[in-house]
Each structure stands twice: as structure tokens, then as C-alpha cells.
Design a protein around this ligand. Structure first.
Ligand code: 5AD
Ligand code: SF4
Length: 460
């Protein structure tokens, strides 16, 4: 029996793609191994969103070269760096066997056959940019025993944000037809999944036969599904209809990840974000009115070309005004062929030390705000969907609130149960407490909770 190991970098789309790769490899009689040194096939599923992600994958490739030398392991690179670099990657990394883009996962049997049979070094990076694209359907059996799952609803991105490489690596937007999405959600519910997160690079411009709001509402009606989430969104597609869905359907979780990127209008304009801070705040205000208490999270880029201290002060002010539950903040990283990288010298690159100092200031502020929000929950009761044992202490249980806050607690409820937890302490990133009662048992008992065999070997 042959064994494979997949090292996944980047976003949830990549994690999902790695699952699909695992399924395709399963049909070739490959089985997953959690130990790269034992693998006959190693795939790096890569991310190119920032330079750091690319550097990480190059150093990982170096490590896997040793495995290849020791046991003749096949080595392939998939994902966004593969799509971006194509044959250049084979030239740069002489010991690499194959390179394949995100749309070529289904071609893995053919690719591996050519590499093994014809000793060919293969590059497969064609993408299918049309409604003919067939989204790989997840095998629900790989989700048995899981409580929460991700469902791909669209791929690609038609926006033109000047910092972003995604349109170059993932192509044009293609939406998955809504009956396919609903079938997949229903099949997941049947194996015990109670929460689904609909994913895509820009989900609220979904066009798979119904609006995105309607898609959420329909997913929420699938028997067995108690929570529906989604990520990620662009503020200019946040429709009133979507806001209304939050008002009428409590199963749509009260958490919205709405990347703002900057609190300064001139910076947003150079980023080609297509909204002003006032427009963003207007959408957010409507959302909060429709679903009071909704948790808001965002992405911020600091040190975008031409960002002045005044621009940055506006990002700080916006952070204080919105009081996000959490922020993911990044130092601007120029990406190949993007508008901002081409114009960086005209707009004025921000020195690295300045970027670092701004990032630290912003993260310190956000830690304080997150801490204040979670401290206010101490003493309260929250509803948690149990996902399994705590990562830090296997004697404790782990789950999330509907607002997506992580909770570690003393209790005995099995994965898939909804429980009431009394919050006893909090850090900016997590709540701790004790189970008070089981509100609803799992729909399907997990086969065996510990230890779980690795379905696919994903290393984030
Ligand atoms: N540099 C830094 N951060 C970036 N992001 C996207 N492109 C870049 C870049 N070139 C951030 C954005 C996006 C998140 C997924 O990654 O904030 O929302
Ligand atoms: Fe990284 Fe974007 Fe590709 Fe996801 S889609 S892996 S974030 S470059």
C-alpha cells in the first residue's frame, strides 16, 4: 500500500482542496500518513498571498528533498504558488516531479501516472473559468465523526484589489449550482455534521442560481444543520437581502468577517476597494441593527504603499470605533503582477521598520479590545457546539459559540452536542468555563473520538 502526505499552506480553500486531493489519492489506493518520512508521495498545497507564505513552502520543499533522496518519494506542488509559477517552479526546483494548479486536482491520477510511467516532469495549470467547471464533490464519509465542515460554493475572484494575487492564482468567479451545494450539505448532515461554513474567495457575489442570502437560508433549512457560517466577503457586495437573512434566520451564526483593509479613504482608493469608510460603517450599522450582538472580525493591511501616519491613525480610529471581536492584520507584501506592486515606487514604499511598528501598535490595541469583549462574558452562560477534546488539555472539552468564540471547558458532552457553559475566565482569544447542561445530544454518535485516524494529513 502506498502512502501520501499533504502539507497545506494558506486559507480554508486550500485545506478543502487538500481534502479533495486525499479523496482522489484514495481512489488510487494511496493511504494518508501523518509522517512525511514514511510517504511515497508528498504534495505541498501552497499559498502565495504574501511573500512569507511562499518562503515557508520553499524551505519545506528543501526538507522533503531529503525524504525523496532517502526513499524515492514523488514530490509535487499544488495550489496558488503552482498556479503562479507554473513551469518556472520545475526549473527552480530541479528535484520536483510535478506542479498542478487548483483546477487540476481531478487530474492527479493522470499526472502521477505520467510521472511514474513516462518519467515525465509534469505541469498542469490550465484553469476552467466557466460554468462548465465541475466542483469536486466532497465524499461525506471523510467527514464522519466531524461536527463542523466547510463546503465550497464558489471559486475565483472578479475583484481587482490592487494588493491581491488571488485573481491571478484562482481565476474568474465561478459559482457552484445551488442544488449541488444543498446536496452536499444534506449528505454532511447525515454523517453527523451540525455546522457548515460556506467558503469561497468572495462568497457574497455568489451566482449559483439563487442569491447568496437565499443559499444561506436554504442551507439553514437542511434537517440536522443547526449553524450556518460563511467566509469571506467583500463589503461592496453586502446586500440588504443578506442583512435581512441575519434578522430572520437565527441558524445563520451571529459572526461576520468583513475585511476592511484600511481606515483611510485615500488608501482604500489606491487599494481599489470600491467603498469608503463611511459606506463600510453604514453596512456594518445595518448588520448590527438586524442582529444585535453580532461578532465582527476583519482583515487589515498595514504599510500599504503611500500609507502615511495620518492614514494609519484612521485605521486605529476605525478599530476603536467598531470594536472588532478580532482582527487579522498583515504587513503589506508586494505580489507579482499586482497593481500595487507595479505602482509601489510611485506611491511610496513604507519602510519595513515603520510597517512593523504600526502592526505592533494595531495588534496591541486589538488585543485590548478583544480582551475587554471576552472579559465582559465572564459569569455569563453561553451555548457551545462541542467539537471534541481541548487541544491544550485532553481532559477538557472544546467547542465554539455561535459568535465563533473558542471555549475550553470542564464537561463530558460528546462531539456534536450543544451544551450550556458557564464562563469562568477569559483571555482575548478564548473563554474557559464549565458545562452546566446538555441542550441537545449529537445527531450521530462519532465512531470513536480518540484517537481519530488522520483522514488527510494536513499541516496548516
Ligand atoms: N499583502 C499583505 N496582506 C495581504 N492580504 C492579501 N493580499 C495581501 C498582500 N499583498 C491580506 C488581506 C486579505 C487577507 C486574506 O490577506 O487582508 O483580506
Ligand atoms: Fe493563499 Fe489566496 Fe491562494 Fe488561499 S486563495 S491559498 S489565501 S493565495
Amino acid at each position: 500500500m502506498k502512502r501520501y502526505f499533504i502539507h497545506t499552506f494558506g486559507c480554508q480553500m486550500n485545506v478543502n482542496d487538500s481534502m479533495r486531493m486525499g479523496e482522489v489519492l484514495g481512489s488510487l489506493d494511496y493511504r494518508p500518513t501523518p509522517v512525511a518520512e514514511e510517504a511515497d508521495l508528498i504534495i505541498l498545497n501552497t499559498c502565495s498571498i504574501r511573500e512569507k507564505a511562499e518562503d515557508k513552502m520553499l524551505s519545506a520543499l528543501g526538507r522533503y528533498r531529503t525524504v525523496k533522496l532517502a526513499r524515492g518519494t514523488l514530490l509535487g506542488v499544488g495550489g496558488c504558488v503552482a498556479q503562479q509559477e507554473k513551469e518556472k517552479l520545475l526549473k527552480k526546483v530541479p528535484y520536483l516531479d510535478f506542479v498542478f494548479g487548483p483546477d487540476s486536482i481531478a487530474k492527479l491520477p493522470d499526472i502521477i501516472g505520467r510521472v511514474k510511467g513516462e518519467r515525465e516532469r509534469v505541469v498542469e495549470t490550465a484553469w476552467v473559468d466557466s460554468e462548465e467547471y465541475v466542483f469536486p464533490r466532497a465524499d461525506p464519509e471523510t467527514s464522519r465523526g466531524k461536527v463542523t465542515e466547510f463546503v465550497t460554493v464558489m471559486k475565483g475572484c472578479d475583484n481587482v484589489c490592487s494588493f491581491c494575487v488571488v485573481p491571478h492564482t484562482r481565476g474568474r468567479e465561478v459559482s457552484r449550482p445551488f442544488p449541488d451545494v444543498l446536496t452536499e450539505v444534506a449528505s454532511l448532515a447525515q454523517v453527523g455534521v451540525r455546522e457548515v461554513t460556506l467558503i469561497g474567495q468572495n462568497v457574497n457575489s455568489y451566482q449559483g442560481g439563487v442569491s447568496f442570502a437565499q443559499l444561506l437560508l436554504r442551507c439553514a433549512e437542511v434537517p440536522g444543520i443547526e449553524r450556518v457560517r460563511f467566509t469571506t466577503s467583500h463589503p461592496h457586495d453586502l446586500s440588504d437581502e443578506l442583512i435581512e437573512a441575519f434578522r430572520v434566520q437565527p441558524k445563520i451564526c451571529p459572526h461576520f468577517h468583513l475585511p476592511v483593509q484600511s481606515g483611510s479613504n485615500p488608501v482604500l482608493k489606491r487599494m481599489r476597494r470600491d467603498y469608503t469608510v463611511a459606506e463600510y460603517l453604514e453596512r456594518l450599522g445595518k448588520l448590527r441593527a438586524a442582529r444585535p450582538g453580532i461578532a465582527m472580525t476583519t482583515d487589515i493591511i498595514v504599510g500599504f504603499p503611500g500609507e502615511t501616519e495620518e492614514d494609519f491613525a484612521l485605521t486605529i480610529a476605525l478599530t476603536e470605533q467598531v470594536r472588532y471581536d478580532n482582527q487579522f492584520s498583515f504587513i503589506y507584501s508586494p505580489r507579482p503582477k499586482t497593481g500595487a506592486a507595479l505602482r509601489e515606487n510611485d506611491w511610496g514604499p513604507v519602510p519595513h521598520e515603520v510597517k512593523i511598528e504600526r502592526l505592533e501598535r494595531l495588534q496591541k490595541l486589538q488585543r485590548r479590545i478583544s480582551g475587554e469583549i471576552t472579559q465582559a462574558l465572564v459569569g455569563q452562560e453561553v451555548e457551545v457546539l462541542v467539537e471534541g477534546p481541548s487541544r491544550y488539555n485532553p481532559l477538557k472539552r472544546f467547542g465554539r459559540t455561535a459568535e465563533n468564540r473558542t471555549v475550553n471547558f470542564d464537561g463530558d458532552a460528546p462531539a456534536g452536542a450543544f451544551v450550556k457553559v458557564k464562563v469562568e475566565s477569559a483571555t482575548p482569544n478564548q473563554l474557559s468555563g464549565k458545562q452546566l447542561e446538555v441542550l441537545s445530544p449529537p445527531t450521530v454518535m462519532p465512531p470513536a473520538e480518540l484517537p481519530q485516524p488522520p483522514e488527510t494529513c494536513v499541516v496548516a
